[in-house]
Design a protein around this ligand. Sequence first.
Ligand SMILES: [Mn+2]
Length: 425
Amino acid sequence: MEAQNYLKRRLDLATRYSNTLFVISSGTESMRSHSVAYRYKTPSDFLYLTGLNLSHSYLIIAGKDHYILSDAFARTSSVWGEEAMIAANEQHLLGDLKCESLQKLDEILHDKISQFDRLAIPMGRDAHLDQKALSLVSFKRRDRRRLSAVPLALSDSRTLVGSLRLHKDTSEIAHMREASLRSSRVHAEIMKSQLIGKSEIQIANLIESLFLSEDMQWTSYESIVGSGERAVMLHARATQKKISDGELILIDAGAEWNSYCADITRTIPAGKKFSAEQRALYDIVLKAQKAILAAVKTGTTIQALHELGLEELREGLLGLGYDKNELALDLSQLMPHSTSHWIGMDVHDPSAYYDDNGQERRLEEGMCFTVEPGLYFREGFKELAEFEYLGVRIEDDVCVTSTGCEVLTSAPKETDEIEALRAKA
Ligand SMILES: [Mn+2]
């Protein structure tokens, strides 16, 4: 990506919200001990709009005037390196950005704000900026009375930038595809691994080492490994629990490529084969997932796809031979989460699920989201007792196209494919 691509994004944002002055912080490192910081990760909005990996800085978008405020530009010593080097590496991305020192924040804000009706910042992420914004609103309250009856508004920038990030361009989709491909290979590798006797943490560590071998530097989220009864927990954090033969293992893991996330869930047997009950449940979820994938197209909605998935799951469970009148199916218990979420630079991309008129967002080309139906039988399901403590989720990532969708993720999910890989363990 070149400087002009980022400039275009900033201008798109400034045009869409022409009454809004944006200040977006790049954040600071959190300390993990006396002198050592956690690894710094640039907030997605800042990266999306600048391409710069630069902590301790602010991006200001005031119409056509765009500023980057950082003290990194002033540092000339390369003895300790880091900050100054990052600026040098990414110098070509600066383009038309006006570089100023951090001390200029107040001056630029006060200078520019009278041209706007609203100030947007990532609220609650940067106490210094939160305080600055509140002071500015308070300060402007007095002189705005002579210009307008409308007070200066304060808004969260993430929702506004999120509206741009909803549609992925071709370069973004290429990164999504690569993140999905590499993450899928890691799932396939796990399917070939000996798992019985290992702890969930050992499996999570193995997954993360495989992401690193794929040259993926960040996981999209903390990998979920839930085995046996723990598979029914939606977000099971890996524990020291050892994997036993006969269990199902739910693995929800994905990593980033060029700051774009993959999010994949596969549910596999600990041993070589699914049991009859496990397979029956798995087949119901897989059939529902495929039905949803086949229904993704422009014009439909995430909510409609969710309803379709629930209907498929209900039919699948009713098809197990139970007396339909006796079987009280509470799907909100068995499938207690949404089928989909937006995905992109964040695993849960911050775009809204409703449009500006409060209607469910209709899918358009370039929108990316997950399709992840599941069934989770916690204790107390008397009627379907053979499934107690079984949990299955199958999750892929898709991008809406003109003819339907491209399924970006490709980890094996047919029971025969999975069993063939488990046989190699
Ligand atoms: Mn997900």
